[in-house]
Design a protein around this ligand. Sequence first.
Ligand code: FES
Length: 164
Amino acid sequence: MSLNRRELLRTGWKVGGTLLVVAAGWTTYEALRPLAGGATGGRVSLGDPSNVEPGSATYFNEGRLWLTNADGQFFALSQKCPHLGCRVPFCESSGRFECPCHGSVFDIGGEYIKGPAPRGMDRYELSVADGVLVADTTKLLPGPDRGKSDFLTPARGPSCAEET
Ligand code: FES
């Protein structure tokens, strides 16, 4: 069987289009998929607390967690949304955690603000050893109940969800 030029082009477009759709789907899945598990487990060194600016959130890939300084109180927040487990990024413009999957929003202390999440962001046990913050990723504590708002402040600016 031989293909003429038109059939070859048509087949090429179909194959190319299919590959493009598969690649786009895979990229979206990778970015938003619920995590199979939490952090890898163990103690993760998060550095000198004096280097952590108030109101800041720093991501640590090793523990898959966010270190935050909420008004002088430090938290090691799991990146896994307490709703259905999507990765929750920190939005610099609003100063809040904003889940891209269903719109749950949390303050700098991981407290629930809005959305379908049943509670605030879960936290790893955090301690200071030899002047260094250490998160124990084998000890995950449930996030605070809805309604807790010890660290709630007005948003710094626009939400990342609105910036599109
Ligand atoms: Fe975060 Fe649904 S997984 S709001």
